[in-house]
Design a protein around this ligand. Structure first.
Ligand code: AMP
Length: 395
């Protein structure tokens, strides 16, 4: 696995695919710069070697050229975080971009305009990839968030750098840490899968059953399992057409000796709001007109015990509506148990948009072993798929 540490970038121009798809507010200011910070090590190493960096990324889902998705809005933030002046190229291919690259001196940084202003990016167009490839001597992929996409800048481009392509520090460490869970995990291994819907997590659950000892299911998706088992769930979130599937997961888990832990109680509410009336109820006895929006105290104890007895923990998805303070307790308790286990030597991997947000919100980022920057990419890797962005570097 070639990384940037296998190259000396002196007098070289590194063309780096980063994931600067950061959230912007209405005034087009960056509200969370985690992804920029995540690429810092790679960029600084190349500049310190005496090279220069051409950064390419997408931002949002523009339909053609849309001003509000221009990467020029993030230039100041990138500059602030990296501590280096950032030049901006209004095109990401073509004469102007090539000229800006040609004029780039060692130690300098150039950010290209949003790749997705060209539909060819997502289409994985060869001509577009070839144009992009003219903008650097060495291709570096450091964008884990898009590694599961076969786009022009994430995978197709690699073939124009048969010898000179490698992983950035972030992408290499994502691969290393996720592989730890996949192949070298110390037992018992526990996967905690939460979030809203069973349907979006089915594939991951099915594919990790061979690798885990315990499966904790929480969040809205738990209610499809409880209803399928005959429980009363009031007006809690449910996917009625997934009940069969839920039962089949439980059966397969049993066959594979995986112990499944479903919530035993819930914090139920009469409306989806912080102003709701709430009470604690058994998970399978929720009255009509009430909905379960968080797991209850008995469940917190149960989940914590499983986590504290695990040597490897994977967490994807909150166990309650943690965005509302009234229903955040379960997710906080879960996060704290993972932090405590980690302190005791457990390897913990957290990934997937909402669990990462929860970890940040509750200040647990430094208390877990690894926080993945890729939601979809992490899940696909755990499902055992080969990600196009990774394969293209390995080929
Ligand atoms: P996902 O993107 O599938 O991981 O789902 C995350 C979302 O699930 C968060 O926005 C949570 O608010 C939501 N969620 C968690 N528990 C529940 C619940 N009991 N009922 C409804 N939504 C929930």
């Amino acid at each position: 696995m070639k990384t940037i540490n296998d190259f000396n970038f002196e007098n070289k121009k590194a063309l780096i695919r980063v994931d600067f798809n950061v959230p912007l507010n209405e005034a087009l200011g960056v509200t969370d710069s985690t992804r920029i910070l995540a690429a810092k090590k790679t960029i600084i190493k190349i500049l310190e070697d005496g090279g220069s960096c051409v950064l390419m990324s997408h931002l949002g889902r523009p339909n053609g050229v849309e001003e509000k998705y221009s990467l020029k809005h993030i230039v100041n933030e990138v500059s602030k975080i990296l501590g280096v002046k950032v030049q901006f190229s209004e095109g990401c291919i073509g004469e102007n971009a090539q000229k800006a690259v040609a004029e780039l001196e060692k130690g300098e940084l150039l950010l290209l305009e949003n790749l997705r202003f060209h539909k060819e990016e997502k289409a994985g167009d060869e001509g577009f990839a070839e144009e992009l490839s003219k903008l650097g001597d060495i291709y570096v992929n450091d964008a884990f968030g898009t590694a599961h996409r076969a786009h022009a800048s994430t995978s197709v481009i690699a073939k124009y750098f048969p010898e000179n392509k490698c992983f950035g520090i972030l992408l290499a460490s994502e691969i290393e840490n996720i592989s730890k869970v996949l192949t070298h995990s110390e037992k018992p291994v526990t996967a905690i899968i939460g979030g809203a819907k069973v349907s979006s997590k089915i594939t991951i659950i099915e594919s990790i059953l061979d690798k885990i000892d315990h499966l904790i299911i929480g969040g809205g998706m738990a209610f499809t399992f409880i209803k399928a088992q005959g429980g009363s769930i009031g007006s809690s979130l449910v996917e009625d057409d997934k009940q069969e599937m839920a039962l089949s997961i439980l059966k397969i888990a049993e066959e594979k000796n995986v112990k499944v832990h479903l919530p035993v109680d819930a914090i139920i509410a009469d409306q989806f709001s912080n102003d709701a009336h709430i009470k604690t109820e058994a998970i399978n006895a929720i009255p009509e007109g009430w909905m379960g929006l968080d797991v209850g105290p008995k469940t917190n104890d149960l989940f914590s015990e499983v986590i504290l007895n695990s040597k490897t923990v994977l967490w994807n998805g909150p166990v309650g509506v943690f965005e509302l303070k009234k229903f955040a307790t379960g997710t906080i308790s879960l996060g704290n148990a993972i932090a405590e286990a980690t302190e005791n030597g457990t390897f913990s991997l957290v990934g997937g948009g909402d669990s990462v947000a929860a970890v940040k919100q509750f200040n647990l980022t430094n208390k877990v072993s690894y926080v993945s920057t890729g939601g979809g990419a992490m899940l696909e890797m755990l499902e055992g798929k080969t990600l196009p962005g990774i394969q293209a570097i390995l080929d």
